[in-house]
Ligand binder design. Structure first.
Ligand SMILES: [Zn+2]
Length: 503
């Protein structure tokens, strides 16, 4: 049995960290890979430090999946070595008795804790421990150093180690680092750093503790950067600091979000005059910079919508158009990322409501000229399959069909644009030094056509002249923008001034 339970020589030095209010469990694990959701634990090592002294414990764990070759050569742990090892559930009790009531310490604690928390969660046991990350501790105590990997600390503090990348050896090295740092620093400095870290359990290990305090608390866009300045994520908020903090405090953050947080090395921000500017800036930036962790194509500048056109006989025909080209005064149904998606919505609508395929499905460019006369007396595919109620065969009249079509699309209906043409929206921000910054938006039919930024007071007349003198940019419309603009334009929300434009 590879489990070993040998108390160490170190145990002769009890109470090594006076002032710590909780005993410590310094943990290191080896795994089959880097994903806490997909990969498994192969070995766990724990160094317990409490009033009784220091105890060490470690065991292999049978991961029940093969260990990838690259990992085998890194850790030296082979499939054979874990073949007869206990399953996690068989040692879960041994582990939990060593962890419970202690501060969980690890070098890059989110990694080790993430795996162990997941393993317990799969047994139906929710784990919730106070965490201490020694990467962050090292960063706080030795800000003059750039590198804080275990490798670096082992070199810098001359820590003796026998089997790197094995669980107990690494847990022991982590413990030795804490001892060395505690000897090196004054008790006050050491304890202050520990307390600061345990209060902020999930700050990314690569981020300095002051990075968050320096973030602005106003509206704008933030950028997470990883190693080598790679752009990880772009987000927006009306309070940048609060929003960024929320990325690091959610205990139930998804595995993907956790993986991203692990990689953050620095944060940049760009403040804006308000939420609308932040929304637009964010969507432009995501589109042009394609950060690794933003969902691709979440935001689009071209969306399609469905409108209904009446032919001379009175029958309503759906038509798919670019949202920015939609006829004003006609209802818009839905916002779709492609013509195909809009057509498939119409297809579903025909199928589940007994509507005619000739009207909702078989239409191409020529559809815009079709009328009821073109489709009567030739049964559509839906009719042949007994889905269509028979508009095409005269069994169902066009008025009934119109009503059913409008009802079926009703759930998708967008709000009607309440103006005859475009209006200007004025977003104001009073800066701390009392200068007024503003952004003017030209908006028509829920599309943003132009935006301009400036400083100082501006009149309605000034706004009009500014907009007249410039060309429209690419129209911007997406679902978030639509929802936001509905609140502004129809409900007068967010204190945004609406300026009617006259010729
Ligand atoms: Zn039909």
């Amino acid at each position: 049995m590879p489990t070993k339970d040998d108390a160490m020589e170190l145990s002769r030095i009890p109470n090594l960290f006076p002032g710590l209010d909780k005993p410590l469990a310094i943990v290191d694990i080896e795994t089959t890979g880097g994903s806490a959701g997909r990969d498994r634990i192969t070995e766990i090592g724990i160094v317990e430090v409490d009033a009784d002294g220091v105890r060490e414990w470690s065991t292999f764990i049978n991961p029940q999946v093969p260990i990838p070759r690259t990992i085998q050569s890194l850790t030296g742990i082979t499939d054979d070595m874990v073949a007869d090892a206990p399953l996690f559930e068989e040692v879960a009790k041994d582990i939990i008795t060593r962890l419970e009531g202690k501060t969980f310490v690890a070098h890059n604690v989110r990694f080790d804790y993430g795996f162990i928390r997941n393993a317990f969660a799969s047994l139906g046991y929710p784990l919730k421990l106070e965490l201490l990350c020694t990467v962050k501790l090292s960063r706080a105590l030795y800000p003059e150093h750039k590198r804080h990997s275990l490798e670096t600390l082992i070199d810098r503090f001359n820590i003796a180690t026998d089997a790197r990348h094995r669980a107990l050896a690494d847990a022991r090295a982590t413990y030795q680092f804490m001892c060395a740092a505690q000897k090196d620093k004054s008790p006050e400095d050491f304890m202050a750093a520990v307390q600061q870290q345990t209060r902020r359990p999930s700050l990314p290990p690569g981020l300095s503790a002051t990075a968050l305090d320096e973030l602005p608390t106003c509206a704008g866009v933030y950028y997470f950067f990883g190693e080598n300045d790679s752009l990880l994520y772009i987000g927006k908020s009306i309070n940048i600091r609060k929003r960024v903090m929320s990325h690091f405090t959610g205990d139930k953050a998804s595995e993907k979000a956790m993986a991203m947080c692990q990689q953050i090395r620095h944060i940049e921000t760009q403040t804006t005059t308000g939420e609308l500017s932040a929304l637009l800036l964010e969507s432009n930036e995501i589109k042009s910079k394609q950060p690794l962790y933003n969902r691709r194509l979440r935001r689009l500048s071209t969306l399609y919508t469905i409108q209904l056109r009446e032919d001379p006989s009175g029958l309503l025909w759906p038509r798919v158009t670019k949202a920015q080209d939609a006829s004003r005064g006609l209802k818009m149904y839905g916002l779709f990322p492609s013509v195909k998606k809009a057509k498939s919505a119409l297809n579903d609508c025909a199928k589940s409501n007994g509507l005619c395929d000739h009207v909702l499905v078989n239409f191409g460019e020529s559809n815009s000229k079709k009328s009821y006369a073109d489709i009567s007396h030739s049964p559509c595919m839906g009719k042949q399959l007994h889905r269509c109620r028979g508009l095409c065969t005269g069994e169902f009249n066009f008025l009934q069909h119109n009503v059913l079509l409008m009802e079926a699309l009703g759930a998708l209906a967008l709000q009607a644009w309440p103006y005859d043409g475009p209006v200007a929206l004025l977003e104001n921000q009073i800066t701390p030094d009392a200068a007024t910054q503003y952004t003017v938006f030209l908006v028509d039919n829920w599309c943003v056509l132009q935006q301009h930024q400036g400083e100082g007071p501006i009149t309605a007349r000034g706004v009009q002249e500014m907009l007249k003198s410039t060309e429209a940019e690419l129209p911007m419309l997406d679902r978030d923008l639509y929802r936001y603009l509905v609140k502004v334009v129809l409900q007068g929300a967010y204190g945004i001034e609406i300026i009617a434009l006259t010729d």
